[in-house]
Design a protein around this ligand. Structure first.
Ligand code: GLA
Length: 693
């Protein structure tokens, strides 16, 4: 028995091998250095009973049917002649380099080499796992899992993620039951419906306490996830590309990185590990993040230069620092039926090109961003008339939003898109692209995703000053595969602050504030028909990377003033807030969605407690905080609402002035917020007191 271990301050992962593919036999709370890993392995082995094989087949990094593994194998495919591929790997070597393990196994008879990397980032607590398969002869793969991890025995539930347009990041608490739970995005993008993430809380775990595991598959092209309980009770989790993604026989296959983390401080420990890892290791966007203005919900396709200039002037006056010109500026794009692919400025709307608008925006001190949807094409476009064969999939396939997808694996498509976008970037001081993707693909296809990655990589290399935002009808491509190449997610097309409050609360399990776009929408929300108060809309946007998207001409003087005030507050706090940990609070009131953003050094925090509905009880329950030093004292000030609330008649402490309490009191008993109406936000600002012990 050979053993290896990866350690950081909070977790240990143990890998064991007996001649074949290694298996993770322990992953959880940090073990003492002297632990005998062979004994650990033996102590956790399953017993044998009647009806079982005479051995327990290993739950290896890539479980093999040739070992009689009783669940989903880690690899499925066939040889060129159609013979099923049933490898039997022998361990060649495991090389340990600090907290990184490189595993190499071979099946000489079948000409196969399996390699895997398991690397633990000891600062962020995130494991990065990736597998690769090389074959001497071309093979057809249907399924290839990233290194497979065991799931905890001591858990009754898992939490997976689903969603829809304007309703991203919905969490589903599902029971562990015998057999497999499958989630698969077959639509060629990570998609609203299938964000590739999984949380595995152990029994009794909440946001703020207990043990939990979290996994995320960093791939934009659609994933497959199997969480399976085997007949012997063991559990495994497999993540890989969606079935059928490998369209053609090949000799090399590589999974995307699987990110995983363990926390013994509640689900928040997983969330903050992911937030930090994404922010500090993957995304390279410079700080400070500018306040956005995006014109989509103000003008849609009606681009009129004087009007846009007026809007830009007003947006700058409200505090915007970047102006993003959305859909409608190119081709003959007067509605969403036409012109995708024709990335030339519409001379009817912009007779002198984009220059006059960009100059105006620059004169206001704002940078300029442009909307593009490069992977798409309308049948009604010059591009389609010239190149109908550039479309991915069947000629008579159903359209989505009236559009089709370009075949990104083609060199000519790549060149056309690169040249079109590069021409725009060379001609104008454009420092931002909102990169949209508004329909699903006809198939999941690895070549399509690699084509997209290659185009993004080339543009980023040649135009390093240009930041890119990933949008797909809102948050349809919010995965870390995209975020390796972009710096912001347009989290949802819902600018309804009530919906957004919940969406961004859940997205914080995987995304830090600095990559999560959040805009103040119109008073009458276009996607829900709700009317929400400006204070609530502004504070919800101020929880993440703030922006505006309404027509500023609709604002009353009072609304404009509130928006200016909250924006000024956001700018004053963004330096630490964009680097803060977002801790989801365990609210004892289902009507209150609350989070605490705490500075990395613990010196200050802000609490956002959004009231999403009326409560069952008549007066608010205390809200318990988290992540504080129990012995330290914190001075907490009610920042919002900053005017008397009609429903609040009492003299609770927070209403009368700052409150200073210990971390122990704030975390144990909590603090009472004033009565408030649904659709309002309480904002608490707090500083840790510097006191002699
Ligand atoms: C998608 C995006 C929106 C907007 C429109 C433009 O729906 O999510 O934000 O850019 O496209 O057509």
């Amino acid at each position: 028995m050979q053993t290896w271990r990866l350690d950081d301050a909070r977790q240990t992962l143990v890998l064991c091998a007996q001649g074949g593919l290694p298996q993770v036999t322990y992953w959880g709370a940090a073990l003492p250095q002297g632990e005998d890993l062979s004994v650990l392995h033996a102590a956790n082995a399953r017993d044998l009973s009647g009806g079982m094989l005479d051995v327990v087949p290993p739950l290896s990094l890539c479980p093999e049917t040739t070992q009689s593994f009783p669940g989903q194998p880690g690899l499925r495919g066939c040889c060129a002649d159609g013979t099923p591929l049933r490898p039997q790997f022998k361990l060649r070597e495991v090389v340990q380099d600090g907290q990184e393990l490189r595993v190499a196994c071979t099946d000489e008879a079948r000409g196969l080499t399996y390699t895997a990397t398991l690397a633990l980032d000891t600062q962020t607590h995130v494991l990065r796992l990736q597998a690769r398969l090389d074959s001497a002869a071309p093979i057809q793969l249907d399924w290839f899992a990233a290194p497979v991890l065991p799931a905890p025995d001591h858990a009754a539930e898992m939490i997976d993620v689903s969603g829809r347009w304007c309703g991203e990041f919905q969490l589903n608490d599902l029971p562990w039951t015998p057999g497999s739970h499958l989630r698969e995005s077959l639509v060629g993008r990570s998609d609203h419906a299938h964000f590739p993430g999984l949380i595995l809380p152990c029994t009794g775990t909440s946001n703020t306490q207990g043990a939990a595991y979290a996994l995320h598959y960093g791939w934009a092209g659609g994933h497959r996830m199997v969480a399976e309980e085997l007949p012997d009770g063991r559990r495994q989790v497999q993540f890989g590309h969606a079935s059928g993604s490998y369209a053609a026989p090949a000799t090399q296959f590589e999974t995307a990185p699987l990110y995983a983390t363990f926390s013994d401080i509640g689900i928040n420990g997983c969330a903050t590990a992911f937030q930090r890892h994404l922010r500090d290791r993957i995304v390279t966007t410079p700080t400070p993040r500018p306040v956005h203005y995006n014109c989509w919900e103000a003008v849609y396709f009606n681009h009129d230069l004087p009007r846009l200039k007026d809007i830009a002037t007003r947006a700058a006056e409200l505090g915007a620092e970047r102006f993003v010109l959305d859909d409608g500026w190119f081709g003959l794009r007067d509605d969403d039926t036409t012109s995708l692919g024709d990335w030339q400025v519409d001379s009817r709307k912009y007779p002198q090109g984009l220059g006059p608008l960009i100059d105006h925006v620059a004169g206001l001190g704002m940078s300029f961003g442009l909307w593009l949807e490069p992977e798409m094409i309308n049948r009604d476009s010059a591009l389609f008339r010239a190149h109908p064969d550039w479309v991915l999939g069947e000629a008579d396939q159903a359209t989505g939003r009236g559009q089709l997808v370009l075949d990104m694996a083609r060199g000519d498509v790549q060149s056309y898109l690169y040249d079109s976008i590069a021409a725009l970037l060379r001609a104008h001081p454009i420092t931002y692209i909102k990169w949209d993707h508004n329909r699903v693909l006809p198939v999941a296809d690895v070549a399509q995703t690699h084509g997209l990655y290659a185009l993004l990589d080339r543009l980023r290399a040649d135009f390093p000053q240009v930041e890119i935002e990933s949008c797909a009808s809102g948050g349809g491509r919010a995965d870390w595969g995209m975020l390796e190449r972009t710096g912001r997610i347009w989290l949802s097309d819902s600018n309804d602050a009530l919906e957004r409050l919940a969406i961004q609360h859940n997205a914080a399990l995987f995304l830090p504030a600095c990559v999560t776009g959040s805009h103040v929408g119109p008073r009458l929300c276009h996607t829900s028909g709700r009317m929400l108060d400006i204070g609530f809309r502004a504070w919800v946007a101020a929880q993440r990377h703030m922006g505006f998207e309404m027509d500023p001409r609709e604002l009353t003087a009072h609304e404009a003033q509130v928006l200016r005030d909250v924006t000024t507050w956001w700018k004053a706090n963004r330096d630490w807030m964009m680097m803060a940990d977002i801790l989801r609070l365990d609210s004892s009131d289902a009507a209150v969605i609350a989070e605490q953003q705490i500075a990395q050094d613990g010196s200050r925090f802000v609490v956002f407690a959004g009231r999403a509905a009326t409560s069952a009880q008549i007066a608010p329950r205390p809200l318990r905080l988290t992540g504080l030093d129990p012995a330290a004292r914190y001075t907490v000030t009610l920042r919002a609402p900053d005017s008397p609330q009609a429903q609040s008649r009492g003299q609770i402490a927070l209403k009368t002035g700052p409150v200073t309490l210990s971390g122990a009191a704030l975390m144990g008993q909590g603090i009472t917020l004033p009565c408030s109406d649904p659709g309002t936000m309480a904002v608490l600002e707090a500083v840790r007191r510097e006191e002699a012990p």
